[in-house]
Write a protein that binds this ligand. Sequence first.
Ligand code: CU
Length: 466
Amino acid sequence: MVSRRTFLSSAGAAMLSMGLVNKVGAASLPELITRSDAATQPPLQPPNGRPYNPVVTLNGWTLPWRMKNGVKEFHIVAEPVVREIAPGMKAHLWGYNGQSPGPTIEVVEGDRVRIFVTNKLPEQTTIHWHGQRLPNGMDGVAGVTQPHIPSGKTYVYEFVAERPGTFMYHPHADEMLQMAMGMMGMWITHPKNPKDPLIEQADRDYCFLLSAYDIDPGSYTPRVNTMLDFNLWTWNSRVFPGIDSMVAGLGDKIRIRMGNLTMTNHPMHIHGHEFTITGTDGGPIPKTARWPEVTVDIGVGQVRQIELLARAEGDWAFHCHKSHHTMNAMGHGVPTMVGVDQREVTKKISSLLPDYMAMGSSGGADMEGMQMPLPDNTLPMMTGEGPFGPIGMGGMLSLIKIRKGLAKGDYKDPGWYQHPQGSVAYEWTGAEEAMPTAAEAPDKMTQPKSGDTVLKVRKGGGHTGH
Ligand SMILES: [Cu+2]
């Protein structure tokens, strides 16, 4: 739901009449627009100014602007927000315009941009425009390039979006706490030339930020001093299955822009496709310097922009390859129980705690379908139900859902992929056939000849006799 609030309280009006905004000749603050939900919004078709092909912010939205004498004016408010991390869990974060992350800002190379930043946090803040070329005094480093923005005040940033690319914004004031609380957003500058040879048009252009939170089960506010052991690894402050799918038509060119504002690197991995890294927050990569990948590591404070051709229909996983980052609210103090016989101890504990479940003796998969009661406001480590059963993943995971014949601009989740008959991995129930030996089939085998045999072929035993 979009809620429109008029900022002109009496205090605001008084500030306007004598405050900073007069210095830039602005007669009024642009209307403040906020959103409170986490549904992915359709791309914001540019209502005025120069046209471009807009992005889709995963579980987010793009901030509308107004044109004022040729300047694109935005109004950002830094404020406490409630963010649903996934159905069943909410977090009390700090963010912008009703959400964490804040709305995406989309402009065109060469646009003059004026951003009004109102601080409704209980403490001072600033915004740093990560990756932009701008006048030093607009760079947002509290104490160095500007005073802090005190609670209740509005400051104005103004600069020309000089170069196209994918950028971020975040505070440079009490930043460990403010970023651990979720204060960040994305900034896309589209190329002035729609036929820019290094920035090709994409049919689907997605963007999201990587962030991490440490929220104890049963509580709502992140522990802001955590350095590495976060328990919620998020894209746009959401975890799977709360992260929406990225939808594309078969044959579409997909661009995905990702920025990392966590405390560690994230190797992002795609299934069934290859992609090319076409840009960073430093700008587009020259074509001769690009190479194919299926995983791209995104370092802290970096942006990576990848492009791929949707070559095959399906529900293709796209995820961080650090396996701990596709888990939700996990404790790192849990002992490894693989191979441990817990039967005796379970009997003893169950006499004291009837709900007790011994877990992990044969691995961790029993967590996937776990029905153990959870404390309030947390998520199972692995969650989600797919067409073939429970999904053993959470955290930084989404699906790229590729379908034939999707209309341009159709971003509705198409549901689960209907696999053509005979195209799904299946159980083998037949007999095992012995492999021929080198003596029996000398022309086919490359095994060592008898006498220097190093490989023993088990015959007829199946897989029971290791
Ligand atoms: Cu990761």
